[in-house]
Each structure stands twice: as C-alpha cells, then as structure tokens.
Design a protein around this ligand. Structure first.
Ligand code: SAM
Length: 220
C-alpha cells in the first residue's frame, strides 16, 4: 500500500481538508478574495500553508524570508506561526497585489511581523546581503518567477543560516515537468532548477507532492 505516494482524487482531497485543515477566518477570507482575482490560482493551497506553518513551529523559527508575496496568503500563514517578535521579510515587484496583502495582514493582526519590500527580487536579495542579512534567516520560501529560481535559491542559500530550511514552490509545475514537448521558458527553468538542487550536496533534500510540488532543502 505504501509503494508510492497516493494520487489524490477530488473526493480524497476534500476528505484531507475536512479532516486536517484549521485555517483562520482571515486566511479563509483572503483565499476566497484572491480566487476571484486575476492570477488567483498563484496563491499556495491551504494545506500547504498549514504544512509550512507546522515546519516553522517545529524549527522554532523566528526569521523568515519570502520571495513572491502576491496577495499575502503565504506570508500571513507563516506570520501566524511565528512568535510575537518573529519577522517575515517578503518581496514582490507588484505593489498593487502587495497593497491587498497589507490589508489582510492588518486584519489578521500580524502586520507588525511582516516587512514588505517592492522591487525585482534579485535586487532585493542583493540588498539584504549588503545589509548584513547573510546567515540570518531560519526559513526561506521561494515562490516568484520561475526563470530566476536558481538565482533565488543561491541567494537564499547565503541568507539562510546553517541548519535552516529553503522551501521552493511549484517544482512539479502542474505536471508539465515531465512533458518533453513542453519547452516553455518557465517549464525548462523548473526542470533545470530541480536538477540543480538534486546535485547540490550542501543540502539535504525532499520533494513533497503537496500543492504544486514543494522542495525542502536543509542547509547542512
Ligand atoms: C506565485 S505568486 C506568489 C504567491 C504567494 N506566495 C501566495 O501564496 O499567495 C508569484 C509572485 O511573484 C511575483 N514576481 C514575479 N516576478 C518577480 C520578480 N522578478 N521579483 C519579485 N517578484 C516577482 C509576482 O508579482 C507574484 O506576485
């Protein structure tokens, strides 16, 4: 029975949610609002959010880096899991979606735990390195444009402490990674990223088939 990961039918997925999901009212509201927006499907799934929150608690994480804020679901779920003095630094190029995120962080009473930076993530990560954040973060979540994934990963590796964790989203890319006829730039980038991290012996690694596929890389 445990030969391989069980494929999830819609019914089984609903069972999983109804028997494990504990989403706060504000997270639920944000998820529903975002689903009605263009690009709404970009937000992480609620069970993935809960899984990441559990990881943060297991690690007793206090400092989180996020690349790809969008309307703020993942930063909100992570901020909820941090202690009062915990901090998420999250970045995005899009000030409009970040403005929505800020409303919900405020509603959720976690705005004091979240710092948002607007601009291309490569530049923001370089700024953080210049500002002395090397080795600072317990956890980094990469969920922005796929073409820069390797660069984000390499910079996140510098910014995360030893024994910290880097979580990278969309690594199964809606199954397109196995379609050899699919050579669009994002798909190729995800395939290259997956090879890159598999070969990276500086980390321990697991690819979790949750949401759109989440790789966890533990910095040795
Ligand atoms: C998949 S969404 C993030 C979803 C978010 N983590 C959530 O769960 O709601 C990706 C985000 O990356 C942002 N993005 C795309 N290219 C970027 C870049 N070069 N620098 C920073 N952010 C970028 C987009 O504006 C978008 O909001």
């Amino acid at each position: 029975m445990s030969r391989k990961t069980l494929p999830l039918t819609e019914q089984l997925y609903q069972y999983l949610l109804s028997n494990s999901l504990r989403e706060s009212a504000v997270l639920q509201h944000l998820r529903q609002e975002t689903m009605g927006l263009r690009g709404g499907e970009m937000q992480i799934s609620p069970e993935q959010g809960q899984f990441m929150a559990l990881l943060l608690k297991l690690m007793q994480a206090q400092k989180v880096l996020e690349i790809g804020t969008f309307t703020g679901y993942s930063s909100l779920v992570m901020a909820e899991a941090l202690p009062q003095y915990g901090k998420v630094i999250t970045c995005d190029v899009d000030a409009q979606s970040t403005a929505i995120a800020k409303q919900f962080w405020q509603q959720g009473g976690v705005e004091h735990k979240i710092e948002s930076r607007i601009g291309p993530a490569v530049e923001t990560l370089d700024e953080l390195i210049e500002e002395g954040y090397t080795g600072h973060f317990d956890f980094a979540f990469i969920d922005a444009d796929k073409r820069n994934y390797i660069e984000y990963y390499e910079k996140a590796y510098r910014l995360v402490r030893k024994n910290g964790l880097i979580a990278i989203d969309n690594v199964l890319w809606d199954g397109k990674v196995i379609d050899e006829n699919n050579t669009d730039k994002a798909t190729v980038a995800i395939r290259e990223f997956n090879k890159h991290v598999k070969a990276d012996m500086r980390v321990d690694l697991s690819l979790i088939p949750i949401g759109d596929g989440l790789t966890l890389a533990y910095k040795r």
